[in-house]
Design a protein around this ligand. Sequence first.
Ligand SMILES: [Zn+2]
Length: 268
Amino acid sequence: LPWALGGRLAGLALTLLLGLTPAGAALVTVAGGWFGGSRTAGVLAGATALVLLGSALQLPFGAGVRTVRARYGLVTQGWAGWAMDAVRGLALTLVLVLPLVLGLFALTAWSPQRWWLPAAGAAALLTAALSFLHPLLIEPVFNRFSPMPPGALRTALLALAERDGVRVRDVLVADASRRTTALNAYVSGFGATRRIVAYDTLLTAAEPREVELVVAHELGHVKHRDVPVGTVLGAVGAAVAVAVLGLLAAWRPLLDAAGATSPADPRA
Ligand SMILES: [Zn+2]
């Protein structure tokens, strides 16, 4: 907990430091200058610099969390694999963030006053799309998934779902043992991408009835529509957050503190 919370606090401190002092504006200007100094260069290089700085700042805290987990025998992965995961996460973040900031700054160029209206709608739609596509695009970057092999356990789990009136296309097994000894399962996606995933560690360490108990809990998430409900809440939250950002970005003292001339300025 101290490492995880420390990482959050450090990230917040970095955001405030870059946002409310001339340091962030200088970072965008310098990074953009390396790539020709155009507005697009400022947006892309500035966003990349922010992501890289933020990720680098999280490294010692992530290493701290890993060290504590290792002390309790929960870690099966070496430091090389841990570093590879960090690189994967960074690449994934850049792939998601860079097109988003390009779209965002296309909107602020279109209207420095009303950019947040379409941006709020787009944020809601993107949140829903990402929740739907998460099992297909994000999860395979970090784990391999295979259908649970046919047998008494799989039959029992599907029967459990049927008794609950929950339609389950498949129960998948994730190769969680490549990182951890921890036991878990989860449900993700919705509609055509909905899936129940059990850690392979659960199948090797727990009795079949115990596995049933864990999967019954995950079926409860499906039955109570937790993923769609969470997605709607997330989409509304994203739209509200963008609208608040629109208000804040129109506030002169904040723009002055950030060293930006308008919300359309990459330094914003
Ligand atoms: Zn749960």
